[in-house]
Design a protein around this ligand. Structure first.
Ligand code: GDP
Length: 542
């Protein structure tokens, strides 16, 4: 805790500065992209930044990715950690708005990081490859969004390549996610016959021009009714077939409503091609119209003018030379000012925020002020925990960060008894950071370190860090569990709980009741055998 002088509290903010905070809030949009590797997230990010005048950054995005893929496994993990941690949010301006694109790791082994990062987003953009449809990682990430009621926009990518029929994709979204997909545009052909898209709002046809990949130029637009005459090179068969598809889409009758989108009942669907930079501008305009400003998703009135924010990620050793830890904070209300004094709601401890950065790769840029929706990296001396709320003047508790059902379980032991203390200290630290979860047997309470994570590589990270930072060598022994279901029950209910043969009753690191299970089949059996208990696949910390 610092004793240095602090800035005055925002309670004294003048009406003009309150108005400024509100103006800044309303012009911000904070979102994340969810996708399966190779669907085109990097390419889409690049093109979005191109529209936001951030061409240098766009290059850097690609640079980071090629660096990443060129490395060996271990290095790739390190590199991936670098990616997942070293950039906070890419920020760009478009049509008067400031758009914060949260950076999420692409590797599925770091999906827990991605899940948590989603908690800092006001909306998600789901990128689907037209040829591949909905893939495993996209499906998982969509479910996290649905559980947390994060509205999802869909971008169907690679329409310049031959893929599935757009109707098939629409149908797949509806079937798999029980959400109503509402197309906003419709591709005219695909693959070598790709000619453009029809804007379903005004029936204008935006004609494809493949020479615009890295330039911000608008496409030639003609009306659907004039298409055949103005563009005789486009075959009438293609026009007729597309017309029939559009007719079918219209007959399905869905029209997009903001409230339905925000509640997760509908997803607007945009077709485009990130690589050829086609459909991106149209998508961005649609995105701006739909994505809610920070703090207005579930709220009926504007957020308080007092500063508050929550920590959604803590990362150690971002810069190996400094061995520091960075806590990533999303501003929820009010204004962040460098050197301001805030209270950590959990501990009621006051702390001065002197070192706040925007972090990109190895570069850190000092931040003097930030507004709702912005992401800042705070260099923390060990004061923060994952999910902490920081606030000023009035104590608020933002909803905690959820714990996600892990997919890998293993017992971790220290192989050098002389380093046991350091091992315990290090592990405690890593658990607090959220690098790994831990479970204990509910009956024996034996102090066994049964660690659990969504991705397998998270175990390597933990072992590597215990060894390098705490000089504690470890051994790992895998356990066959694959899932966790948390539950709240009375002691009587708990005593009578019926578990599948291979299930295990456990307590998580916070002492919450959980069942460890080996398959989805076990989950079904658990539900069937205990109809009076509600089981959760995600637990919101309180
Ligand atoms: P990420 O793993 O999701 O970040 O995917 P990338 O953006 O790296 O894209 C994966 C591959 O798909 C790369 O070879 C891209 O050039 C290619 N790609 C991305 N978008 C498109 C597109 O719109 N059309 C075509 N034909 N290829 C694309």
């Amino acid at each position: 805790m610092s004793t240095l002088p602090t800035r005055p509290a925002t309670a004294d903010k003048s009406p003009s500065s309150i108005a400024e905070i509100e103006t800044q809030r309303l012009r911000r949009r904070t979102f994340a992209i969810i996708s399966h590797p190779d669907a085109g997230k990097t390419t889409l990010t690049e093109k979005l930044l191109l529209f936001g005048n951030s061409i240098e950054i766009a290059g850097a995005v690609r640079g980071r990715k090629s660096e990443r893929t060129a490395k060996s496994d271990w290095m790739e993990m390190e590199q991936e950690r670098g990616i997942s941690v070293s950039s906070t949010a890419l920020t760009f301006e478009f049509a008067g708005a400031q758009i914060n694109l949260l950076d999420t790791p692409g590797h599925h082994d770091f999906s827990e990081d991605t899940y948590r990062t989603l908690m800092a987003a006001d909306a998600a953009v789901m990128v689907i490859d037209l040829a591949k449809g909905i893939e495993a990682q996209t499906e998982k990430l969509f479910r996290v969004c649905a559980l947390r009621k994060i509205p999802v926009l869909t971008f169907v990518n690679k329409v310049d390549r031959r893929g599935r029929s757009p109707l098939e994709i629409i149908d797949e979204i509806e079937r798999k996610f029980s959400i109503e997909p509402v197309p906003q545009n419709w591709p005219l052909g695909s693959g070598e016959d790709f000619r453009g898209f029809i804007d379903l709002h005004d029936d204008s046809v935006h004609l494809f021009d493949e020479h615009r990949a890295n330039r911000r130029i608008s496409s030639k637009v003609v009306s659907w009714s004039d298409l055949e005459t103005v563009e005789p090179a486009i075959s009438s068969d293609l026009i007729d077939a597309t017309g029939e598809e559009v007719e079918l889409v219209r007959m399905a009758g869905a029209s997009l409503e903001q409230s339905q989108f925000l509640s997760g009942a509908q997803t607007p669907v945009f077709f485009g091609s990130a690589l050829t930079n086609f459909g991106i501008e149209h998508f961005l305009h649609g995105f701006l119209k739909l994505c809610p400003p920070p703090g207005s998703r579930n709220a009926t009135e504007p957020p308080s003018p007092n500063f508050s924010g929550f920590i959604f990620k803590i990362q150690a050793n971002l810069d190996p030379r400094h061995r520091d830890r960075v806590a990533f904070l999303r501003v929820c209300s009010g204004m962040f000012e460098r050197d301001m004094e805030v209270t950590i709601a959990r501990s009621m401890k006051k702390i001065r925020l002197a070192r706040a950065f925007r972090i990109f790769g190895q570069d850190r840029q000092t931040i003097d002020e930030a507004y709702p929706g912005d992401i800042i990296g705070l260099v923390c001396p060990g004061e923060f925990r994952l999910g902490d709320t920081l606030c000023q003047n009035e104590i608020v508790h933002q909803e905690g960060l959820p714990q996600f059902s892990p997919e890998f379980f293993a017992v971790l032991d220290c192989t050098d008894t002389a380093r046991r203390k350091q091992f315990d200290r290090g592990l405690k630290q890593l658990i607090e950071e959220g690098a790994i979860q831990v479970f204990h047997d509910a009956h024996t309470k034996r102090r066994e370190n049964l660690l659990a994570a969504v991705g397998e590589l998270q175990f390597d990270v933990v072992r590597y860090r215990l060894e390098s930072e705490y000089n504690a060598p470890t051994s790992l022994s895998w356990r066959p569990y694959k899932l966790v279901r948390w539950f709240n029950a009375t002691p009587e209910q708990k005593a009578k709980i019926r578990l599948p043969y291979s299930g295990k009753l456990a307590l998580d690191q916070f002492g919450h009741d959980a069942v460890l299970l080996q398959s989805e089949w076990d989950v079904k059996a658990l539900h069937r055998a205990n109809p009076d208990i509600q089981f959760q696949e995600m637990r919101v910390a309180t």
